[in-house]
Design a protein around this ligand. Structure first.
Ligand code: PRP
Ligand code: URA
Ligand code: MG
Length: 207
């Protein structure tokens, strides 16, 4: 699986703000939005473009736009904090939604919402979720997408655990990963270490 870790001092500083337990909900959300800008920027680096003529005040020149704008899929709740920035960077993108919450005992994802286009066979999909821990939520989400024909999925995460990366790889699903960090691993509660805690709670408060 293609994995791209965004290694940049500005991304690292924003991630530090998100990791810091003293950051309040608003500070955390702002850093997540700004970091999403960098992650989406990197995720689109090799995207196919169309060219067309554009007239400047001085001359006619060649303009470009994304040939196939992706469908953005935030995984609720935590992915919600990434979607506004991603869609403002790619204004032609559409947005689908998946809602999933891990069972605290089993750590298995429990889906509670799905709102996606029927046919994704021609559409690249960017799944937005800050956390890839065991990988269960991401694998389940991508299975929903592949069930609708998706053949090109990018998982855009802030922090990934090696266990989650391995699970994505083992799934054989058509996915590449863009992340700001691959952390050390998971603790006994399947939380990422050092991580940043519960990305949903840190944006919106406890469920
Ligand atoms: O890789 P996994 O082990 O599946 O864990 C990752 C999932 O856990 C978090 O969501 P959570 O279940 O806490 O829901 P929330 O966003 O509503 O807080 C996170 O946003 C991922 O969706
Ligand atoms: O560390 C973790 C693991 C799963 N979900 C989170 O929000 N954080
Ligand atoms: Mg959570």
């Amino acid at each position: 699986m293609e994995t791209h870790v965004v290694d940049h001092p500005l991304a690292a500083a924003l991630l530090t703000t998100m990791r810091d337990e003293r950051s309040d909900n608003a500070t955390f959300r702002t850093a997540l939005r700004q970091l999403t800008h960098m992650l989406v920027y990197e995720a689109t680096r090799d995207a196919a473009i169309d060219t067309f003529e554009v007239r400047t005040p001085v001359a006619v020149t060649e303009g470009t736009r994304l040939a196939r704008p992706p469908l953005l899929v935030p995984v609720l709740r935590a992915g919600l904090g990434m979607v506004e920035k991603a869609s403002s960077l790619i204004p032609q993108s559409r947005v689908g939604f998946v809602g999933m919450a891990r069972d605290e005992e089993t750590h298995q994802p429990v889906p509670y919402m799905e709102s996606l286009p029927d046919d994704l066979s021609q559409t690249p999909v960017y799944v937005l979720d800050p956390m890839l821990a065991t990988g269960g939520s991401m694998v389940h989400t991508i299975e929903l997408l592949v069930g609708r024909g998706a053949a090109e999925v990018t998982a855009i995460c802030v922090v990934a655990a090696p266990e989650g990366v391995a699970a994505l790889e083992a799934s054989g699903l058509p996915v590449r990963l863009v992340a700001a960090s691959i952390d050390d691993g998971l603790n006994e509660n399947a939380f990422i270490v050092p991580g940043l805690g519960d990305a949903g709670d840190r944006q919106f408060g406890p469920r």
